[in-house]
Design a binder for this molecule. Structure first.
Ligand SMILES: Nc1nc2c(ncn2[C@@H]2O[C@H](COP(=O)(O)OP(=O)(O)O)[C@@H](O)[C@H]2O)c(=O)[nH]1
Ligand SMILES: Nc1ncnc2c1ncn2[C@@H]1O[C@H](COP(=O)(O)OP(=O)(O)O)[C@@H](O)[C@H]1O
Length: 223
């Protein structure tokens, strides 16, 4: 069955499980997701003055200026015109949402609503494989061998911006910037909010919602 190309966004504060949920959606529905944070970190690898400046925002847990992230994301999305879009972490401000409006009409927006204490606990236990963006958590999804990526055997690291000093600032900034974005999508009737402390409990609802738009390639439990 041919389906219309999906234009979807997953929003939520740092640590809310956007990456985890997007990974499951990608696998269950046979599509690729684009994480603005991971994409930024990869794009900065090349160095240069602009890269060094953006790096400082990331390390301090601050939002990169709208024009920087928007230019990067819009250029990448133009390349993926013929694919489904599942965006993780973009748009995060009203300016970014308006820029996205200029290139597509969103079908659905998933918002993850997770208590503050849960976010803090999760971020302090997050370990990542920098090259792939694969994410682990020492309680929730630990690697097979401690400190090592399952697929490559390379070392895992903790992100600079997951340090407690940076986390509080990130969560505050997120709230301020995201509020008008949520209101915009709510007013359009495309916002779907999911609340809870466990991704495994939220996941079946997300799966059902996505299934109403695009045919799954895997059953819900095989994420
Ligand atoms: N304990 C616990 N950790 C989770 C759960 N869902 C995701 N995580 C972990 O929480 C951290 C943040 O999740 P991530 O998907 O990276 O969130 P993002 O910052 O919104 O993209 C990661 O280390 C995940 O492995 C959950 O239900 N319980
Ligand atoms: N849409 C965006 N606008 C501005 N900065 C962004 C955006 N997405 C990612 N970033 C930058 O990348 C960092 C990491 O983002 P991300 O990997 O999505 O992590 P998290 O959701 O855990 O904050 C952010 O703190 C910010 O500096």
């Amino acid at each position: 069955m041919a389906s219309k190309l999906l234009r979807a966004v997953v929003l939520g504060p740092p640590g809310s499980g956007k990456g985890t949920v997007c990974e499951r959606i990608a696998r269950s529905f046979g599509l690729q997701h684009l994480s603005s944070g991971q994409f930024l970190r990869e794009s900065l690898g090349g160095g240069g003055e602009a890269g060094a400046l953006a790096q400082q925002y990331l390390e301090r847990g601050l939002l990169v200026p709208d024009h920087v992230i928007t230019r990067l994301m819009v250029a990448e999305l133009e390349k993926r015109r013929e694919q489904h879009w599942l965006l993780d972490g973009f748009p995060r401000t009203l300016g970014q949402a308006e820029a996205l409006d200029g290139i597509c009409q969103l079908d659905l927006v998933i918002s993850l609503n997770i208590p503050f204490e849960t976010l803090k606990d999760r971020l302090s236990a997050r370990w990542v494989h920098p090259a792939s963006g694969r994410v682990y958590n020492m309680d929730f999804n630990p690697p097979h061998t401690q400190g090592v990526d399952d697929l490559t055997g390379e070392p895992l690291v903790q992100r600079e911006d997951d340090r407690p000093e940076a986390v509080a600032a990130r969560l505050r900034k997120y709230k301020d910037a995201a509020k008008p974005v949520m209101e915009l999508y709510k007013s359009r009737g495309i916002l779907h909010s999911f609340s809870g402390t466990e991704t495994n409990k939220i996941w079946p609802y997300v799966y059902t919602l996505l299934s109403s738009r695009i045919p799954p390639v895997l059953p819900e439990e095989e994420h």
